[in-house]
Design a protein around this ligand. Sequence first.
Ligand code: SAM
Length: 234
Amino acid sequence: MKFERRQLSWYVSAVLYRYSYISLAHQLDEDLFAYLGDYLNGILAADCGCGPGQVTEKLLAHGVGRVYAIDHNAAMLRQLEVRVQQAVQEGRVLNVQSRFYPALFSELLTQTDFFSGFGLILFKRSLYMPPEEALPLLRAAVASLIPGGKLVVIHGERSLLQYAFLPDMKVASYTLYHLINRFFSRVGHALGLGEYSLYTRQALIDLLTQAAEGKPVEIIPSQQHAYNLVAITA
Ligand SMILES: C[S@@+](CC[C@H](N)C(=O)[O-])C[C@H]1O[C@@H](n2cnc3c(N)ncnc32)[C@H](O)[C@@H]1O
């Protein structure tokens, strides 16, 4: 796959990422799995922007039948392969080095006879594209879900106050990390070295409502408020 300049920040991130999976990241996973309940058993999932695979590993532990772990970054995928080595060997995890594009989901479905559609398509902290690019992608993702299947987007809140601080501007354990993270992500975006489109909670709901085309859209309850968790049910 051709190296793209706008991927550069993800290569830097790949070196540090294993150290930055802080309690908040685990909390988001707990909120997600509490929402999904035992629904994951045996389904086909797509972990879009899987990074080093922490969530892919947890999806397997929750009984998902097969996961397409999709990421354009080779360094991230190398870490995923080590993390879930056995599942890769068994064909339960298939890593896909690609940028997201609308036809990707239907193309992946043609590679499997066993599944008629995705039970879960997840974008956790990976939908950093502007709405005009995100909308056709999300519409295509929804079209490739099985009836009752879920598309979930977990994305950092655009408001810096909400992203980095607790209510009343109280400092959180992650405040410094989030301030530094946002500063470098913004600089990387401005220099064309990374993508960093952000959404307020309402903007994310509006985007998913447009993508859902009448299907139900809901906010996933979460213990924290630096991120927004929104789901579409097909
Ligand atoms: C912040 S990491 C999140 C990793 C994981 N989902 C998590 O929450 O821990 C974002 C990942 O998405 C990938 N990514 C971002 N934009 C992408 C795109 N347009 N196509 C494919 N992968 C992308 C990056 O390479 C990176 O590994």
